[in-house]
Design a protein around this ligand. Structure first.
Ligand SMILES: [Zn+2]
Length: 446
């Protein structure tokens, strides 16, 4: 039985789908206005494992991940790059392409549905119209707002109280709103053509797209709704308000959230300058090393990222590669056959316990010696790692490292330090080079 921690109840619960043998999974997707960062990588790798695991357990899974291909950040980027915000599609196309390539490198399977906001305007407009009709939303000057006091259980996911949120409002409130907490479902956009609606030309707010797209692809009620922890409030809270106000039933039975990627215990952010894009990391490390690294951390906890830890993960991943290197097994091996392995069953126990991937690897490492002497078992475990965890276990290609000026300078400084027998300094420089992906091995006779 699969147990997952449900943010809605704050408890670890046994997973039971709405319909026998079928699971609907919705994961909030990216806003493609810039390169994806490590936090995105972590979220989509973790839910890829959940997707694979549910299939392994025999469920027919329908996985939907939206693409926010219009929003303020995209329009701003189009303005900066092309001097015209109407060119936002070009920005979105470029970054979606890059994002898909990176997820492919990370062996993430393509969701069954990847709806783009701009291609689903009728569904979004209908959703908003119905909320207006039911008295949960109102129009002011071409904008439509969701009226929070009309939904009595607002705050149930994030455990915020409406009165506290109101008291916490520091910025000047938009006077057109009936309540300072009301949020936009539709934004009037006079300039440019954007999209026609019953309220005039404009575009949807961010939150409404997920309610409308989840309904379109998966139905009004879904099993698992997921995303990064930072989406709990206000995004997921607002999604609940929209969907449950309209349908008058629970929107998602299970809410799962991935801990944030931090650097030096601080949230990774561009403004703090502690920021890694997936591209930067994938230029230096094999995608499977990054995937393995993500999986060695429990999804619920924050992940304090460092290049040294990633380097250490590479070493331990290589140990797995070596163990399974000469194990030949058929591609067509079935899920049922894989479950015949006692080692797989032990690993599976950990996965079923709230996707405890670090615990699962712990069990695997304990059994490496046994597997080395048991071809048949090793083959089953290798198949499990490749099919369910998405780890290819192929020898890592020797990456050619571009010798930049920075590396050249450090190499020269290190040579000098060594010549002067300042080994402490030489070691420090070696560590710096290692962080840049450049491993130095001195010849013994030197
Ligand atoms: Zn969403």
């Amino acid at each position: 039985m699969l147990q997952i921690t449900n943010t809605l109840t704050g408890k670890k619960e046994e997973f039971k789908p709405l319909v026998n043998d079928q699971v609907t999974l919705y994961v909030c997707g990216v806003t493609p206005y810039d390169k994806a960062h490590l936090g995105h990588g972590r979220v989509y790798v973790m839910f890829d494992v959940l997707y694979r695991l549910l299939q392994f357990l025999g469920y027919k899974v329908i996985y939907c991940r939206n693409i926010t291909d219009i929003d303020d950040k995209l329009l701003k980027k189009a303005e900066v790059e092309f001097g015209d915000k109407q060119q936002y599609k070009k920005v979105a196309d470029k970054f979606i392409h890059l994002f898909n390539q990176e997820l492919q490198q990370l062996q993430c399977k393509t969701p069954d549905h990847e709806p783009r906001v701009t291609e689903n305007m009728p569904e979004i407009i209908t959703f908003i119209s119905e909320l207006v009709k039911k008295g949960h939303a109102y129009q002011v000057e071409g904008n439509v707002y969701f009226h929070i006091p009309s939904f009595s259980s607002y705050g149930k996911l994030s455990k915020h109280k409406v009165q506290d949120l109101r008291a916490g409002q520091r910025i000047k409130v938009d006077e057109r709103k009936k309540d300072p907490l009301d949020f936009a479902l539709w934004k009037a956009e006079g300039k440019g053509t954007f999209f026609e609606s019953p309220w005039g030309a404009g575009r949807p707010g961010w939150h409404i797209e997920c309610s409308a797209l989840a309904k379109k692809c998966l139905g009004p009620q879904i099993d698992i709704h997921a995303g990064g922890r930072d989406l709990i409030f206000p995004h997921h809270e607002n999604e609940i308000a929209q969907s449950e106000a309209l349908h008058e039933k629970l929107f998602a039975n299970y809410w799962m959230h991935i801990g944030l990627v931090q650097i030096n215990k601080e949230k990774m952010s561009k403004s703090l300058g502690n920021f890694f894009t997936l591209e930067q990391i994938l230029n230096k490390f094999d995608p499977m090393v990054l995937r393995y690294y993500f999986l060695t951390h429990h999804y619920k906890s924050p992940l304090d990222f460092s290049l040294d830890d990633l380097q250490a993960a590479q070493k331990s991943y290589q140990k797995l590669i070596r163990t399974f290197e000469n194990i030949k097994c058929s591609e067509t091996i079935s899920y049922k056959e894989i479950q015949d392995s006692p080692v797989v069953l032990k690993m599976l126990d950990f996965l079923l316990d709230d996707l405890n991937t670090p615990g699962m690897f712990g069990v695997l490492f304990v059994h490496l010696d046994f597997l080395q002497n048991n071809q048949k078992q090793a083959c089953l475990v290798k198949s499990f790692l490749s099919k369910i965890l998405g780890l290819e276990l192929k020898p890592l290609p020797q990456k050619e490292i571009e010798i930049t000026q920075e590396i050249q300078k450090l190499l020269a400084q290190r040579e000098k330090a060594r010549a002067e027998k300042d080994y402490k300094k030489a070691d420090e420089i070696r560590d710096k080079l290692r962080q840049l992906g450049f491993d130095i091995q001195d010849k013994k006779n030197e």
